[in-house]
Design a protein around this ligand. Structure first.
Ligand code: FE2
Length: 298
């Protein structure tokens, strides 16, 4: 049922997303050729009428769907849009805005807690290949900063020996999905290296707050890597109509703290995920869906 609704939504987004031919070319070039920074930022996109930022998810009411359609059109150019059961109950578009109840929680709905550098869902066997973040409203004080550290920039600061270490040393990536919601620390036995794929041009997965090292030297090396990632992280202040496309296999991202007033003018973001090969996932899982539960092995 959810997949039927999603297919309908996607069909409308592809036809009415509103991206120009030039923007579509930029997104396809990013997907096929990549770049050193690991992200693409498109600015001043048409997002339609944005109502006051709601105070809670229950009060979320957004009749104008132009931002969702544009976000999903861009996401579909990067791969197959997917959702996770544990994120907005599987919706292809996730909304984030400050909620008083989420203060001091390290989740995307928080605002007064910094989100540490992380690869999205690094513990998940079906991690997104790309994420798309669309800014519907910047925070009034313009304090919120999104940071992106790319593997290419990180590698420039690592010796061959250090790169070889991170290609071989498994870390235990803890799952942050649990029966009581997000931001748990559950051991699902997901032991993975930080660098993987082609050793000459590796992918990166990094989520220091949710990684356990097998030894003290491995812990110290991870701490050094975290420092390097912060050193090369690029700061971005997203403004209304900015669309940030992130290569999730080649970057880690973070978000600063910012203020919220709960007066309808707070920061409001929309997010979507894409995977590159839906057919491959269907083959491995024996089931076709755009919405995934926790997958620990493919
Ligand atoms: Fe994230």
């Amino acid at each position: 049922m959810l997949d039927d609704q999603n297919d309908h939504l996607l069909s409308a987004a592809i036809r009415h997303g509103g991206l120009s031919a030039g923007q579509i070319a930029q997104i396809l070039e990013f997907r096929l050729l990549g770049n050193r920074q690991g992200f693409l930022l498109l600015k001043d996109l048409p997002i339609g009428e944005i109502p006051p930022t709601p105070p809670s998810r229950a009060r979320l009411d957004k009749p104008d769907r132009r931002s969702e359609q544009m976000l999903l059109q861009a996401t579909a150019l990067l791969g197959e849009p997917i959702g996770y059961r544990q994120e907005s109950d599987g919706s292809l578009v996730n909304n984030f805005f400050p909620q008083q109840a989420q203060a001091r929680a390290a989740t995307s709905d928080s605002f007064d807690t910094e989100l540490e550098l992380h690869t999205e869902n690094a513990f998940h066997a079906v991690l997104p290949d790309y994420l798309a973040l669309l800014c519907l409203r910047q925070d009034p004080a313009a304090e919120a900063i999104t940071y992106i550290a790319s593997v290419q920039r990180i590698l420039e600061h690592l010796s061959h020996e250090e790169q070889a270490f991170f290609l071989c040393e498994p870390y235990n990536f803890l799952c942050d999905y649990g029966p009581r919601g997000k931001n748990q620390r559950i051991d699902i036995g997901r032991h993975q290296t930080v660098l993987y794929g082609d050793p000459d041009c590796p992918f990166l997965r990094l989520d220091p707050q949710f990684m356990l090292a097998a030894s003290e030297p491995a812990r110290a090396r991870l701490e050094q890597l975290r420092a390097v990632a912060w050193q090369v992280a690029e700061p971005l202040r997203l403004r209304q109509g900015d669309l940030l496309l992130i290569d999730n296999r080649r970057t880690a991202h973070a978000r600063s703290v910012f203020s919220a007033n709960f007066d309808g003018r707070d920061r409001w973001m929309q997010r979507a995920f894409a995977v590159g090969s839906g057919h491959f996932l269907t083959e491995r899982l024996g089931r076709r869906s755009r919405v995934f539960d926790l997958v620990t092995e493919l």
